[in-house]
Design a protein around this ligand. Structure first.
Ligand code: 5AD
Ligand code: SF4
Length: 477
């Protein structure tokens, strides 16, 4: 897999192994929690909920797993190599557990859900297996282990959204944060394991989302990303209080507007959009509010209608192109990124060429590109043979990646010589004398520190040069 610049991705297994920082807590009982997250942004967001639940129980967090009483690994199942990474990491935890008897090791997230109690047989060091909808049960499961048992809870829920839990912001830059607006997925794309590991789709109470955005803004945050597997199908009907009139159902366009109205200084992003569901109403809402960022992640997966049908994506090539045309018409400056899978079952060279020509049509700003990896239990695994040889998948992937590198460079070059509004997110990875941040279109921008401005400020940056992933510039007045 190769990903070109990623910040608002929902399935980005290249982000891995981030440990939490010490979270302030007044009521610690001395027990230490270490939690490490893999995979999509939703997992990172869930880890913040898990930390919140356990800090309430007296835990404090640590960045060093070797000194932890409880070590959690929040896992991803989207492709086989994501699971392999987790298994390798567990081996490292085993050594620590041998040195510190009594250490509890728990597996959370999608792999836990997929493998259930089989995990306990396969990986002897694991004490707890918990699926994504069962995190409220963690204190109880930890107690069970302390009493000498192994503990599993992989029940999926139709209601759980953790709406009332205030996530503890982990590894935060204090400027940008993710807000989970829904859970699960009902789409059943044939290649995808997510509907099985994260359950049915459900939307979170809109008022709790707006409150979370407001609280973040009050705490100094300046950007929120609304997260869901398919944000366009967000739908929430407020509960009717006694004596009140029924309230209309809130769709994604309305929710976006409500969050945008928290403050014009709060940037709003979202991910992921589904081509079958993204409406003109959402596009017009984006165009109406300056603070809704002009960036859409619109996974295409394939440019060929027959393959899209096998993938159960429920749109075809023409439909996708029409949605792209609508974005260009309603929000001309909008950046578009995508996900592409090469070598899906039965894909011919001509069908692969359709993906390349779709890339030429859209000229994506960024893309996340993958060779097809068959996942046990999915519709594709049951129905179709994984018949494209690995080297063919890889060669097609290389062709897609090379094309994307050209397009990314071409897109980013348009900002050279122009002034961009950038939110300063922190210091550049390479040097403390540079700030980094993103423009509206989600392009990473790096520029020299100017003492008049601090992290969390908006600045105007003149683009002076670029690579295919980063714009380099300087602050102008
Ligand atoms: N093989 C390869 N890529 C996959 N994705 C999801 N499932 C698979 C799979 N089995 C990719 C899709 C999706 C992204 C999150 O991961 O492109 O949009
Ligand atoms: Fe998987 Fe498709 Fe749902 Fe995305 S929309 S999580 S690819 S089933």
């Amino acid at each position: 897999m190769l990903d070109l610049l990623h910040t608002t991705k929902t399935h980005d297994e290249s982000r891995q192994g981030e440990a939490v920082e010490l979270a302030p807590t007044g009521k610690s009982d001395g027990r230490k929690l270490y939690i490490e997250s893999y995979g999509c942004q939703m997992n990172f967001s869930d880890s913040e909920i898990v930390a919140s639940i356990l800090i309430d129980q007296g835990f404090e967090t640590t960045k060093d797993y070797k000194e932890a009483d409880v070590v959690f690994i929040n896992t991803c199942s989207i492709r086989e190599n994501a699971e392999q990474r987790v298994r390798n990491r567990l081996k490292e935890f085993e050594a620590a557990k041998n040195r510190k008897p009594g250490m509890i090791v728990g597996v959370l997230g999608c792999m836990a859900e997929r493998l259930k109690s089989k995990f306990l047989e396969e990986e002897k060091l694991v004490d707890i297996v918990v699926g994504p909808d069962a995190y409220r049960d963690l204190p109880n499961l930890i107690n069970k282990v302390e009493e000498g048992h192994k503990a599993v809870n992989v029940l999926l829920s139709r209601e759980e959204t953790y709406a009332d839990i205030s996530p503890v912001r982990l590894n935060s830059n204090g400027v940008t944060a993710f807000i989970s607006i829904m859970r699960g997925c009902d789409n059943m794309c044939s290649f995808c394991v997510v509907p099985f590991t994260r359950g049915r789709e459900r939307s979170r109470d809109a008022a709790s989302i707006v409150k979370e955005a407001q609280d973040l803004f009050n705490a100094g945050y300046r950007e929120v990303t609304l997260l869901g597997q398919n944000v366009d199908s967000y739908k929430y009907t407020p509960k009717v209080e006694e004596g009140q009139e029924p309230q209309p159902t809130i769709n994604f366009a309305k929710l976006l507007e409500m969050v945008a109205q928290v403050s014009p200084d709060l940037r709003v992003r979202f991910s992921t959009s589904h081509p079958k569901d993204i409406t003109d109403e959402v596009l017009y809402t984006m165009a109406k509010y300056e603070n809704i960022c002009k960036y859409i992640h619109l996974p295409v997966q394939s440019g060929n209608s027959r393959i899209l049908k096998l993938m159960n994506r429920t749109y075809d090539r023409e439909w996708y192109m029409e949605r792209v045309d609508a974005i260009r018409r309603i929000i001309p400056e909008c950046a578009i990124s995508t996900d592409i899978i090469t070598g899906f079952c039965t894909e011919t060279e001509e069908e692969h060429a359709d993906t390349l020509s779709m890339m030429d049509y859209v000229k994506y700003d960024f893309a996340y590109m993958f060779a097809y990896s068959e996942r046990p239990g999915t519709l594709a695994a049951k129905r179709y043979e994984d018949d494209i040889p690995e080297e063919v998948k890889k060669r097609r992937l290389t062709e897609v990646v090379n094309k994307q590198l050209e397009h990314s460079l071409e897109r980013i070059q348009q900002y050279v010589g122009k002034v961009q509004k950038v939110l300063i997110e922190g210091y550049s990875k390479r040097s403390d004398s540079d700030y980094c941040g993103r423009n509206d279109q989600n392009t990473m921008v790096v520029f020299p520190v100017d003492p008049r401005f601090k992290v969390g400020d908006y600045v105007n940056v003149l683009g002076e040069s670029c690579t295919s992933a980063t714009l380099i510039g300087r602050i102008v007045d």
